[in-house]
Design a protein around this ligand. Structure first.
Ligand code: PMV
Length: 337
C-alpha cells in the first residue's frame, strides 16, 4: 500500500537470547536485572501497519485479521498510549499485524511484534527516533523486543540500577561479531506450538520473588556474558554454544526452584536435549537453548544445520523443524508521517 500521512508499516524478526533476560527490576519501565545477548533470526517476521485514525473513538487492533481482545489488546493500547504521550498527539490508531510465528509459544513473537510496532507507531506518530531510541521504546512493549531492533548479534544493557534516568541507560546495540567465521545457525524445533500457560511476565516476577536460585543465576549470567563476548570475538562456536546452553539451563533452574515451580520444559524438550547430546558425542557442535516454552533452539554451524535438523526430526517425529540464520533489524517498509 502507498504510504500516506500518519501511516507506517514496519517489519521485524524475532531474536533468540544466548545470554537470557529473566527478571525485571522495574516492571513499569521494563528494566531488567541483567544484561542479555541475542541473535536476530531470518525467519518468522512480523509485519505491522499503524495508521492514525482521526475519526475513530478508540484504537482498532488486529492480529492476522482477527481483532485482539483482553490482555493482548491492553498491552498494545498501553504501548500506543506511551507513543501518544511522547508525540503529544491524542489520535487513536488502526494497528494491523501479521505474524508468521506461533504467538505466545516461547518463539519470541513478542520480540518481533513489539519491535515492529515500535518502528511503525514511532514513524506514524512522528517521534523521529534513532535506533537507540527505538530500542528503548520497543523495550517498553516487551523487554526482548529491544534487541530485535537490530540485526545479527545484539547486546541489551540493563542500565545502571539507581541511576536517575534509568530508562535512558537500558537499550540494545548491535554487537560486532565475525559472523562469517562463526557461521551460526539455529535449528528451531517446535515440539508444541500452543500458547504458554504462564506468561513470561508473570513467570519472571514469580521467579524473582520466590526462587532462591534467582540471585545466584543473575550473578553467574553477568559472568557468562563476559565469557560469551570473548567467545564471539574469537568465533569459537563451541564456547558460544556451551555458554548459551548453561545460561539457559540455569534460567530454567531458577524457575524450577520457584515456589511453586514454573516449568516450561516438557518431555519432548528433554528428548531433543538428548538428541543434542548425542550429536555432540558424535562430534557435531550442537547446543540447546529454551525460552518461556517447551520449544528448543539448537545452535550449530550453518554447515551442520541439515544434519542437526535431521537428528531432531528423528528424535521427535512430531516436531516442526525450522532452519534459521542471522537476520536483519527492524525496518520501515513505508512511512510518511
Ligand atoms: O520479552 P519477554 O518479556 O517476552 O521476555 C522473554 C524472555 C526470554 O525469551 C525467556 C529470554 C530472552 O532473553 O529472550
Amino acid at each position: 500500500h502507498p504510504a500516506a500521512a500518519g501511516d507506517a508499516t514496519a517489519v521485524a524478526h524475532p531474536n533468540i537470547a544466548l545470554i537470557k533476560y529473566w527478571g525485571k527490576r522495574d516492571e513499569r519501565l521494563v528494566l531488567p536485572w541483567t544484561d542479555s545477548l541475542s541473535l536476530t533470526l531470518d525467519v518468522f517476521p512480523t509485519t505491522t501497519r499503524v495508521r492514525l485514525a482521526p475519526g475513530a473513538g478508540r484504537d482498532a487492533v488486529t492480529l492476522d485479521g482477527v481483532p485482539l481482545a483482553g490482555e493482548p489488546r491492553r498491552r498494545v493500547v498501553a504501548f500506543l498510549e506511551l507513543v501518544r504521550e511522547r508525540a503529544g498527539l491524542a489520535l487513536p490508531a488502526v494497528v494491523e499485524t501479521r505474524n508468521t510465528v506461533p504467538t505466545g509459544a516461547g518463539l519470541a513473537s513478542s520480540a518481533s511484534g513489539f519491535a515492529a510496532l515500535a518502528a511503525a507507531a514511532g514513524a506514524a506518530y512522528g517521534l523521529g527516533l534513532d535506533a537507540t531510541g527505538l530500542s528503548r521504546l520497543a523495550r517498553r512493549g516487551s523487554g526482548s523486543a529491544a534487541r530485535s531492533v537490530f540485526g545479527g548479534f545484539a547486546l541489551w544493557h540493563a542500565g545502571q540500577p539507581g541511576h536517575a534516568d534509568a530508562d535512558l541507560g537500558s537499550y540494545a546495540e548491535p554487537l560486532p561479531v565475525p559472523v562469517r567465521a562463526l557461521d551460526p545457525a539455529l535449528v528451531v524445533a517446535v515440539v508444541d506450538a500452543g500458547p504458554k500457560a504462564v506468561s513470561s511476565r508473570e513467570a519472571m516476577r514469580h521467579t524473582v520473588d520466590t526462587s532462591p536460585l534467582y540471585r545466584p543465576w543473575a550473578a553467574s549470567s553477568q559472568a557468562d556474558l563476559i565469557e560469551m563476548r570473548h567467545a564471539l570475538d574469537r568465533a569459537d562456536l563451541d564456547a558460544v554454544g556451551e555458554i548459551a546452553e548453561r545460561n539457559a539451563l540455569g534460567m530454567h533452574a531458577t524457575m524450577l526452584a520457584a515456589r511453586p515451580a514454573v516449568r516450561y520444559l516438557s518431555a519432548a524438550t528433554l528428548t531433543v536435549l538428548d538428541a543434542v547430546l548425542e550429536l555432540r558425542r558424535g562430534g557435531v557442535a550442537a547446543y540447546a537453548t529454551m525460552d518461556a516454552g517447551p520449544n528448543v533452539k539448537v545452535l550449530c554451524r550453518g554447515a551442520d544445520a541439515q544434519r542437526v535438523a535431521a537428528a531432531v526430526r528423528g528424535a521427535v517425529g512430531t516436531a516442526a523443524v525450522h532452519l534459521a540464520g542471522p537476520g536483519p533489524g527492524a525496518r520501515l517498509l513505508g512511512a510518511n508521517p
